[in-house]
Design a protein around this ligand. Structure first.
Ligand code: GNR
Ligand code: NI
Length: 167
């Protein structure tokens, strides 16, 4: 297993659209293991392959308290959205920034598991938010893209300033 470096907004590589996985093999299972280790270490409740500069449609999520309910989604597609919820979001690629984003309250997602078997999951609440946030990453979007242009430019200055202090 390995910890992978996480890209930081506004890195242009976060805008790449990830390609579907053609075959689930050991390289994909290794990627999932490395992404899980990276997510737990961060710590975060989700991670998309895009964030570690791998442009394949792979996501890991664990919203459990005990951090013992890892979920892996390959080629996830949202088939149905119901309702709306407004929740505070953060992102490992946008450290220290939190803001409210409107998402569907419930989603039905179709994906492949690590055995290449098709699965369907109905999720609501935080899991639904996280699935939508991660699929956005695979489509080259970060949660700040849902905010106003003014907020986006403030976030960019704040992160640039942080980077100067940290350097
Ligand atoms: O760790 C994370 N927390 C979080 C909180 C609210 C809504 C979404 C998230 S996902 C985020 C990890 C991350 O950046 N995934 O891409
Ligand atoms: Ni994120």
């Amino acid at each position: 297993m390995a910890l992978l470096p996480i890209l930081r907004f506004p890195d242009p590589r976060l805008k790449k659209v990830a390609a579907p996985v053609a075959k689930i093999d050991d390289s994909i299972r290794r990627l999932v293991a490395d992404m899980a280790e990276t997510m737990y270490e961060a710590p975060g409740i989700g991670l998309a392959a895009t964030q570690v500069d791998v442009h394949k449609r792979v996501v890991v999520i664990d919203i459990s308290e005990e951090k013992n309910q890892l979920r892996a989604f390959v080629n996830p597609v949202i088939e149905q959205c119901v309702g709306a919820q407004l929740g505070e979001e953060g992102c490992l690629s946008v450290p220290g920034i939190y803001d409210k984003v409107e998402r569907a309250e419930q989603v039905k997602v179709r994906y492949l598991d690590l055995d290449g078997k098709e699965q369907v999951l109905e999720a609501d609440g935080l899991l639904a938010v996280c699935i939508q946030h991660e699929i956005d990453h695979l489509d080259g979007k970060v949660f700040v893209d849902h905010l106003s242009q003014l907020k986006q430019s403030r976030i960019k200055s704040k992160l640039a300033k942080q980077a100067r202090v940290t350097a």
